[in-house]
Design a protein. Structure first.
Length: 150
């Protein structure tokens, strides 16, 4: 069984310039926990999940630093802090979305999709035809495929 056999074809999507409250409302209205972000050509450019929205409300943790001879040495990568700061201050989807999205093609075996979800601890995987979004697979889709006798 392949990704195309179990994916949801009618995917709810958002654009990078959409406002964050609009995305939250969309997730609640459609009873979904995440949504792909697409550009004008319907190419996948990111994903926004409930986790991203929750991180907007989380306390910002500054990276620990060591002061030495008038300079600062970061004890952790400041990149994590920059990412968290971007999400906490986000107004638009492009500032909140996760840009590194794990996606699969229509020809990916369902077993591989399931393995990706488990290994990467993700709840949904966009399905692409070249760069264009054509579907999405959630954990519920995997469970339904098991019930169908995969």
């Amino acid at each position: 069984m392949l990704a195309r056999d179990i994916m949801t074809h009618q995917v709810v999507t958002v654009t990078p310039d959409m406002l964050v409250p609009e995305v939250a409302k969309l997730l609640l209205e459609h009873k979904i926990s995440g949504v792909p972000v697409v550009n004008a050509e319907h190419e996948l450019i990111g994903i926004v999940s409930e986790g991203d929205l929750i991180s907007k409300k989380a306390n910002l943790k500054t990276p620990p630093v060591l002061s030495l001879l008038g300079g600062f040495i970061y004890l952790e990568s400041p990149n994590r802090f920059e990412t968290e700061l971007r999400k906490v201050t986000a107004v638009k989807v492009k500032d909140l979305m996760t840009k590194k999205v794990i996606a699969v093609s229509e020809d990916t075996p369902v077993s591989e999709v399931a393995s990706i979800m488990v290994e990467k601890k993700i709840n949904r995987v966009p399905v692409l035809r070249r760069k264009k979004l054509v579907g999405i697979i959630t954990r519920a889709d995997i469970v339904r495929s098991l019930m169908a006798g995969d």
